[in-house]
Design a protein around this ligand. Structure first.
Ligand code: PLP
Length: 476
């Protein structure tokens, strides 16, 4: 019992917490200054060996040194030379909110298990829906990531448009279903479709144009192909923006196609929905207000710690159809709409973290302009970087960036295998621990891929990246 009492001792928590936050603040200072490695160069096998899995029976203390090791062996997203995947350098205050959410541990599913969490989630969801241009009937939920969000939205789409009650009767009770989506769609859409039991043919691919946007004049052909294959098409999934290149599908004309063919329009705005907050860039999302559902990740372009995703429905009643089953012990057997405050009826999660606090707090404490300014800053940076790469004879870009994702390759003269060179250069960059960027294949060619998501990445960092790539390629 003494051990348990000590483990819960508020004064120990206070003093440990002060040291803990001091350590995190030191990490933050060093990472923002760029004086830590971005990602330590260590292989999966090596690091697992170092960490071990033997635990003592008696208390040993040592949280401080453990946190230090965790920090040192992590990828440092606050480092301005982190330019890799679409996961942001979170606002430090949002991380503090996550700490409070963890300690309070209000599991949400039903109102009693998180009154404040429920209220803040309603406010955040309402705010997101208004930013998208949805009307007062809109509603939605927060959930754990874009993949779960896309599955949630597609489950609702299926219930609305399949023409039979798939939820109760099963997928075999009607014709096989399909959605149309471009060849640039994130893999989680294919995965969601296969989870729903539609098989690999459940996504009918629409080709993309030279800018990697869905070719909307090919939608009719894809629709007919699906029908020939015996598929009943329930909707179109548009990307805003796409993962590989940040391309925004033309939502207005996709919305027209959906209206004309009575299809559900789902917009995967995991990365790009945030752009509605930027006066200068929201034009890329014109037509999003006509979507039936939208997924919006706050851990990508809203500076939030992972994971927090809005799943937003133009007609809020649809949000009750994704998971239509009752759980009488939780939801008291009433019509789910009457218990709108028991949010677990509409999410894949039963127990769910208090996801809303960090967004609510950031909006309240910093105001909305911070986000618009941040978004514009990252996109401006990507455009300047693209211009710089275009000017350089030994670099080429895959496509003009529409947002803050930019793919490029190094093409020095006299190299026979340029694809291999990109892979080698990336590997060597990681070994130097000085930059973190990723790679992607586009139309048969290998590219280096950057997401300029850290608010403090500068032109000088990107100039240094070009210099470093040249140096490493020359010695490859
Ligand atoms: C367009 C798009 N949709 C969905 C996802 C998946 O989101 P999450 O990683 O939050 O599950 C991603 C992730 O990068 C994405 O880029």
């Amino acid at each position: 019992m003494d051990d348990l009492r000590r483990a819960f001792d508020p004064e120990v928590f206070r003093s440990t917490g002060h040291v803990f936050v001091d350590q995190l603040a030191d990490y933050l200072a060093a990472a923002l200054r760029g004086t830590t490695p971005v990602l330590p160069a260590i292989s999966p096998g090596e690091i697992v060996r170092v960490w071990g899995s033997e635990f003592p029976e008696q208390a040993t203390g040592g949280l401080q040194s453990l946190l230090q090791r965790v920090i040192e062996s992590s990828n440092h997203l606050h480092h301005p030379r982190y330019i890799g995947h679409q996961v942001t350098a979170p606002l430090p205050m949002a991380a503090l909110c996550d700490l409070a959410a963890a300690l309070l541990n209000n599991g949400m599913a039903v109102f009693d298990m998180g009154p404040a969490a429920t209220a803040m989630e309603r406010s955040v969801v309402g705010w997101m829906a208004r930013q998208l241009g949805f009307g007062p009937a809109a509603d939605g939920v927060l959930t754990s990531g874009g993949s779960v969000g896309n599955l949630t939205a597609l489950l609702a789409a299926r219930q609305a448009k399949a023409g039979f009650d798939v939820w109760s009767e099963g997928a075999h009770a009607g014709p096989p279903l399909a959605v149309l989506a471009s060849d640039q769609t994130h893999y989680c859409v294919q995965r969601a479709v296969q989870i729903m039991g539609w098989g690999a043919g459940g996504v009918v691919v629409v080709p993309s144009d030279a800018g990697y946007r869905m070719r909307t004049n090919a939608l009719g052909d894809a629709f007919r192909r699906a029908q020939h294959a015996g598929r009943s098409v329930i909707g179109v999934v548009a990307s805003a923006g796409s993962t590989a290149t940040g391309a925004f599908d033309p939502l207005e004309s996709i919305a027209d196609f959906c209206r004309d063919n009575d299809l559900w329009l789902h917009v995967d705005g995991a990365h790009g929905a945030s752009l509605v907050l930027s006066e200068r860039h929201r034009g890329l999302l014109r037509g999003i207000e006509r979507a039936d559902s939208v997924v919006w990740d706050a851990h990508k372009m809203l500076l939030m710690p992972a994971l927090v995703t809005g799943v937003l429905f133009r007609d809020g009643a649809r949000s009750y159809q994704a998971f239509a089953q009752e759980a009488t012990y939780l939801f008291a057997g009433e019509e789910p709409q009457e218990r709108w405050f028991d949010i677990g009826a509409r999410t894949l999660e039963c127990t769910k973290k208090m996801l809303s606090f960090k967004i609510y707090a950031a909006l309240q404490v910093y105001g909305t302009r911070l986000f618009g300014d941040y978004l514009a800053r990252t996109i401006d940076l990507a455009q300047r970087f693209a211009a710089r790469l275009r000017e350089a004879p030994d670099f080429e870009i895959a496509v003009e960036p529409q947002c803050n994702i930019l793919c490029f390759r190094h093409v020095p003269p006299g190299v026979a295998d340029l694809d291999a060179l990109q892979l080698q250069v990336r590997q060597r960059l990681l070994e130097t621990e000085g930059f973190y960027l990723v790679q992607t294949r586009l139309r048969g060619k290998q590219f280096l891929r950057t997401t300029l998501i850290n608010p403090f990445t500068s032109d000088a960092d990107l100039e240094a990246l070009m210099h470093e790539i040249r140096r490493l390629a020359a010695s490859a």
